[in-house]
Design a protein around this ligand. Structure first.
Ligand SMILES: [Fe+2]
Ligand SMILES: [Fe+2]
Length: 235
């Protein structure tokens, strides 16, 4: 079943036809090629990256929800401060779908680590989503928003305000998450002399907060708390 928060965001798309197409893809994000169906990790479980950002269970959902919030904040600023016009349907649809095929490129190995699938040896998430959007008859303007979400590192730079908003929101959220994870990892190493692998964003924010509130001792206490919590979940 589609995550309720994601569904609520998709429901904000006013254009009925586009909304229907977006929800259909969100509900069934499978990719078929040469008669073979690739489905990958469920959206609720998948990370949204393997190393730099959102690289833990549930990271994909966090990234999509946070990037949508940021994109809508940019829409507000453009409309209310700059008097600009934005097609919010394209922004919401674009940001909800921009990484929809990342989970199809991830799997979990026998050691419990997230790794790439065989499909990822041949296609990246951007090529997959573009071909699927074309196959499903999505409008060209939406296809552009998704194609341009990697900005200067992608196949095309953003040429519309909606594409620019999605690119910036994506960049902002991945950067925010990546910086917080890096900072927390640094604090842990410095406070207790060892690494705490697989940090989630919630743990990372807690570690950073504890440094601000109680210094290195606070970090060491939080690391202990996280370790205990993990151990009790395992038993
Ligand atoms: Fe992406
Ligand atoms: Fe993204």
């Amino acid at each position: 079943m589609l995550n309720l928060k994601i569904r609520a965001l998709a429901e904000k798309i006013r254009d009925k036809g586009l909304r229907k197409k977006v929800i259909e893809l969100l509900e069934n994000p499978v990719f078929e090629i040469g008669g073979k169906v690739f489905s990958g990790l469920p959206l609720d479980v998948s990370p949204a990256g393997l190393s730099h950002h959102h690289c833990y269970q549930g990271g994909y959902m966090e990234h999509i929800i946070s990037a949508t919030n940021l994109a809508l904040a940019l829409c507000n600023s453009i409309e209310k401060v700059y008097n600009g016009k934005v097609n919010r349907d394209l922004v919401i649809a674009g940001i909800l779908l921009h990484d929809i095929f990342k989970p199809v490129t991830y799997t979990m190995n026998e050691n419990g680590n997230y790794v790439t699938t065989g499909l990822a040896d041949y296609m990246d998430h951007l090529s997959i989503v573009i071909s699927e959007l074309v196959r499903r008859g999505f409008p060209l303007e939406l296809i552009h928003v998704v194609s341009a979400h990697h900005g200067e590192y992608g196949p095309i730079r953003p040429h519309t305000i909606e594409a620019l908003i999605c690119h910036l929101a994506d960049l902002m959220d991945s950067r925010l998450n990546g910086e917080v994870l890096n900072a927390a990892a640094y604090l842990v190493k410095k406070a207790v002399g060892e690494e705490l692998p697989g940090l989630t964003s919630k743990e990372a924010f807690e570690i950073i907060r504890s440094k601000a509130d109680e210094g290195w001792e606070g970090v060491a206490k939080t690391v202990e708390k996280i370790k205990k919590g993990r151990a009790s979940r395992k038993t």
